[in-house]
Design a protein. Structure first.
Lengths: 111, 113
């Protein structure tokens, strides 16, 4: 079945460490997105990409980086510059004019 | 700055009650408004609204959009414990081929037996 796969489900980061969250989709969607969800704050957009090798900053891009080398993949790196990384991270994808589909998320915590 | 505000932020009801969730927005380049349900992990799509006054319905859930007053409501009748979830409202903006979703804070609905 087509869908979006995020891994790992849980991730722990040490001080000063970069970590990478994986997002893969087999829906043949052109656009992909990364959101951060904190309690009581809904979803906030980190980065999005409309086509391969192109991406744009969202509302809270500082301390994060992405790449889009393949249509199916949009990994997110949480760098050591992100001082408050503990959150639930959701990846989504869409075709033009259609609702976004979401993965099951990765929960990131600080050790 | 684009803004989407949901109310109430949380709601506790008993099975069989009817609930109304609200979503107001102030955005430029409005394209559509979407409702999602999030139980534990991935938000799942409920409705997409683009035109004022046309109710969308799916079982016990229904939603309507008012583009003049800039709000939408999501109604759930005869609530069940399985309706307990976070309900997210998002606005889809024009401006790019795909646009972006701007989300509200979400409404946490708890339905007690």
């Amino acid at each position: 079945d087509g869908g979006i796969t995020q891994s790992p489900k849980y991730l722990f980061r040490k001080e000063g460490q970069n970590v990478t969250l994986s997002c893969e989709q087999n829906l043949n969607h052109d656009a992909m997105y990364w959101y951060r969800q904190d309690p009581g704050q809904g979803l906030r957009l980190i980065y999005y990409s409309q086509i391969v090798n192109d991406f744009q900053k969202g509302d809270i891009a500082e301390g994060y980086s992405v790449s889009r080398e393949k249509k199916e993949s949009f990994p997110l790196t949480v760098t050591s510059a992100q001082k408050n990384p503990t959150a639930f991270y959701l990846c989504a994808s869409s075709k033009d004019g259609q609702p976004q589909h979401f993965g099951d998320g990765t929960r990131l915590s600080i050790l | 700055e684009d803004k989407v505000v949901q109310s109430p932020l949380s709601l506790v009801v008993h099975e069989g009650d009817t609930v109304t969730l609200n979503c107001s927005y102030e955005v430029t380049n409005f394209r559509s408004l979407l409702w999602y349900k999030q139980e534990k992990k991935a938000p799942t799509f409920l409705f997409m609204l683009t035109s004022s006054g046309i109710e969308k319905k799916s079982g016990r859930l229904s939603s309507i959009l008012d583009k003049k007053e800039l709000f939408s409501i999501l109604n759930i009748t005869a609530t069940q414990t399985g309706d307990s979830a976070i309900y997210l409202c998002a606005v889809h903006l024009r401006g790019t081929s795909y646009g972006k979703l701007t989300f509200g804070q979400g409404t946490i609905l708890t339905v007690h037996p």
